[in-house]
Design a protein around this ligand. Structure first.
Ligand code: AMP
Length: 279
């Protein structure tokens, strides 16, 4: 596996390969890799000659300093995992390499309402940071396709909008959520959960399963009412939101049963976890 830390170096390497008709699949991550990330790399490898993974903990997308400072960094283990999946190229830049003039100096791109509801509402500035880094990475990597997880469903919609509005010649592939054996969605933040918080964290998956299993039997309001009660039974769990929404606009659905997704975010012992399920 080739490891690049310089943006210009990896850009010219990949451009040369592209001009030799080699296709590039790209998997952006913030590291602390797990099987969810590796599944994106495996999906890319099926369709592309070169798979590039980036690891960069992007400061501009954290709306809480504490969350940024506590974000797990496990670079040597990440490199071993990438070698085990036969990833071709790792881009591992420093913050200075990505933002030589500081991240506040970059012009912002307006994504519209999609960036302001749910995650955008509860994490002000988050999507501006995500859009900023993904745009820079797309310019550096020039991939034919970008692979992202359904786990961050709203992020996929936002990046799809970025790709279309900026006319990037890149296809977005949204890949399924990879879960632990008991159903908890894999996440780098799971490593911050204590043993008891890890058990409590299953409540997100249970609430999603309840809604999915009963979706055609009850009204959306009834489903959400019962699912919310799951969270109220645990005192160290704080539900941030659970909503049945339209898959494209993400606006809340009152009665509609078509084209729906349920999105949930909860805090468990100070760790913010998110999950979703297509209905
Ligand atoms: P992150 O490192 O958390 O920024 O995630 C990098 C990419 O991995 C994003 O596209 C995520 O949606 C994706 N991802 C994270 N967790 C999972 C998972 N459990 N299953 C599938 N994809 C995931």
């Amino acid at each position: 596996m080739l490891i690049y830390t310089g943006a210009k170096d990896i850009h010219s390497f990949l451009l040369k390969n592209k001009s030799n008709r080699r296709s590039i699949g790209f998997v952006p991550t913030m590291g602390a890799l797990h099987s969810g990330h590796l599944s994106l790399i495996e999906n890319s490898k099926k369709l592309h000659d070169i798979t590039v993974c980036s690891i960069f903990v992007n400061p501009s997308q954290f709306n809480q300093k504490d969350d940024f400072e506590k974000y797990p960094i496990t670079t040597s283990k990440d490199i071993e995992l990438l070698l085990s999946t036969a990833c071709d190229v790792l881009f591992l830049p420093s913050t200075q390499e990505i933002y030589p003039a500081g991240w506040n100096s970059e012009a912002q791109i307006d994504i519209g309402d999609l960036a302001n509801i749910w995650e955008g509402h509860f994490r002000p500035g988050h999507f501006a940071g995500v859009v900023q880094i993904v745009k820079l990475l797309l310019e550096i990597i020039v991939p034919n396709a970008i692979y992202m997880g359904q786990k961050d469903y709203q992020q996929c919609l936002v990046i799809d909008k970025l790709i279309k509005s900026q006319h990037f010649d890149t296809q977005l592939h949204m890949c399924p959520i990879i879960r632990e054996a008991d159903g908890l969605a894999m996440s780098s933040r799971n490593s911050r959960l204590s043993a008891s918080a890890r058990e409590d964290a299953l409540v997100l998956y249970k609430a999603l399963c309840y809604i999915k299993d009963n979706f055609q039997l009850q009204s959306n309001h009834e489903l959400l009412h019962t699912a919310e009660s799951y969270f109220h039974n645990h005192e160290n769990i704080k539900l941030e939101y659970i909503v049945i929404a339209d898959r494209n606009s993400l606006s809340a659905l009152i009665d509609q049963k078509e084209n729906a997704i349920v999105l949930v975010v909860a805090w468990i012992d100070g760790v913010r976890l998110l999950d979703n399920s297509l209905l």
